[in-house]
Each structure stands twice: as structure tokens, then as C-alpha cells.
Design a protein around this ligand. Sequence first.
Ligand SMILES: NC(=O)c1ccc[n+]([C@@H]2O[C@H](COP(=O)([O-])OP(=O)(O)OC[C@H]3O[C@@H](n4cnc5c(N)ncnc54)[C@H](OP(=O)(O)O)[C@@H]3O)[C@@H](O)[C@H]2O)c1
Length: 327
Amino acid sequence: MIPTLPLGADGPVLPALGLGCMGMSEFYGETDDKRSLLVLRRAHELGVRMFDTADMYGNGHNEELLARFLSEGGRDSALVATKFGIRKAPGEYARTIDNSTEYIREACEASLQRLGVERIALYYVHRAETGRPIEDTMMALANLVQAGKIARIGLSEVSDDTLRRAHTVHPVAAVQSEYSLTTRDMEAEMLPACRELEIAFVAYSPLGRGLLSGAFDLDALSESDFRRNLPRFSSSTMEENLTRLDTLRVIADRREATPAQVALAWVLAKGVFAIPGTKQLSYLEQNVAAASLRLSPDDIARLDRAYAPGSFIGERYTAEGMKGVNA
Ligand SMILES: NC(=O)c1ccc[n+]([C@@H]2O[C@H](COP(=O)([O-])OP(=O)(O)OC[C@H]3O[C@@H](n4cnc5c(N)ncnc54)[C@H](OP(=O)(O)O)[C@@H]3O)[C@@H](O)[C@H]2O)c1
């Protein structure tokens, strides 16, 4: 059974394991809609309810893929979360961040159209725009809640100060940021803030973008794979990072699980949502099974110690990308 968590103070109670859909459209090499639809259907069959997308994943392609999945019927219980705020050209990483009121309205209408829904269940600010008060962004989003266009507001990669200010304007249902054994910055302030304010925390890239799978092969990535741009994934850095997986492997062997499953079980044990991304049925099934893997307090303590913050080297984004986080 997948453990459940509330999506914010008065949101629905949902299975804590969701599905990240980004790679089905862009960033991680080849995509195949037919195969992705099989993964989406199977995820729903296995009890996954939170499906994570964004308007910029494949420049709308990912939302359209989810619309196909939703339109098959019997999907009333699926909760699709999408995001706005990053404007970029197809296939380019260069981007601008736009949280203007006019753009929020425009982006929301476009996502509603592409998803084929009347209301977006969870609408995230993908990145907060530097220099624009979060209060103004929240006012624009609160107007969309009032108008029935979105049900709940989320924030991605914000600082805890921004979160607290935002929450005074309108309740924030969820914060989505990177969190895994490779990236534990959220533990210092964000996770306690979310607990205090009864805001759900959604861990993205809970497998460290594949690094924690124990089977990651940099050479096998396609030329266009976005991870090739990331300092943490540069060849010398990755070589060193891959030597750090021993504890994960030892615990995985003892539990008759894979390193990816133990990495996911560790995230879920922290009482947060996790949205691992995959395009493959076998990985999806392994990830759902990981939600039933209960690590012992001793396993968790060992993982906490072995992967103390900073254990993995290399920034998780380029210098440009890092400007958008903790905003
Ligand atoms: N808010 C944000 O700024 C933000 C940023 C990044 C991501 N996200 C969201 O978070 C989701 C998940 O993050 P992510 O996809 O970047 O990283 P992730 O879930 O940490 O890792 C995905 C990678 O791990 C592989 N994988 C998945 N399950 C596996 C398993 N059981 N065993 C071995 N390998 C496995 C996948 O392979 P295959 O591709 O071959 O299946 C893919 O290469 C995204 O889909 C997106 O919805 C949000």
C-alpha cells in the first residue's frame, strides 16, 4: 500500500507516491507517446493519483499527453498538477521567468486548454521571479482560485521566507523542490516550515535524476540529454559521485530491493510526497513497490549519516539555473 498524505491543510488525502511526467516529453532523451501512455495508465491502475507536469515540458506536449490520458475515462481520481512561470523556446535551455499578472492569466488559460479540464487541481509557480513581490503573484493566483480556474496554489524552489510571505496572502497547498539523498538542503528550513504551516512538501527528482539508481551510465545518455549540462553530472564529478553509493547498495541488498527503491523509501519515510519520473513500465512498478518498503529506523539513520548534506559533489543546476532556486 502506498502511504497517504494530505495535500495541504484542507486538501484531499492522496497516495504519497506520485508520477513525474517531465521525461515523457523532454530533457531525458528519446520519448515515445504510446509507451508513456502505457506508463500513465499502469500508474493509475497501481493507485498513483498525483501526476506532475508543467507547461514548459516539451512546450505544452506534456500537458497534451496528460489530456489524452485523462480523456480515456475513469480518471476522476487523478490529480494533475501543472506549473507556469518559465518561458523558453523549444529545445533551448535559455529561459526567462515571468510571474506577471497578465502572463499568469494567459498561461493558465493555455494550460486549461491543453489539459482539457475546467479547473487545474494544483497550479505551481515553477520559479518565483526575482524582483517581483511574491504577494503580487499570489494575488493574481488567488483571483484564479476565486474564478474557479485553479483549485490550489503551489510554489516550486522558493525560500522559506518567500513561502511564509506567500502563505499570508492565500493558503499555499504545496511546495515542490528537489529533495533526495543527493540534495538535502530542504531539511534545514523548508521541511520544518511546511510541517508548521501544514503545507504538503513534494520531492522532485527523488532519485537524484537517476544518479541514485545504482545503474546510471553517463555515456549512455543521448547527446541532447539535459543532464549533460549539469555540473553534478559532468564526467569527472559523476565518476566521483558514483563511488558514493555503497551504503545504499548494502541496504538494498539486505532488503532485497534496488538502490532506487531504497532511495525512494528514504524520501517517503521523511513524511513527504515523492514524484519519481519514468518512461518505463518496469521502473514504474519498482517505484510503486518501493512505497511499501518500510526502512528500519537504523536503515534511515545509516542513510542519513552516509549521505549527509553535501556528500554528492557538483551543483545541481548551472550557474544560470541556480539563480532561480531558493528565490
Ligand atoms: N519543479 C521543478 O523545477 C522540477 C524539476 C525537475 C523535475 N520536476 C518533476 O519531478 C519529476 C521527477 O524528477 P526527475 O524525473 O527529474 O528525476 P528522478 O525521478 O529523480 O529520476 C528520473 C530518472 O531516473 C530513472 N528511474 C526512474 N525510476 C527508476 C528505477 N526504479 N530504477 C532505475 N532508474 C529509474 C529514470 O529513467 P527513465 O527516464 O529511463 O525512465 C530517469 O532517468 C519530473 O518528472 C518532474 O515532473 C520538477
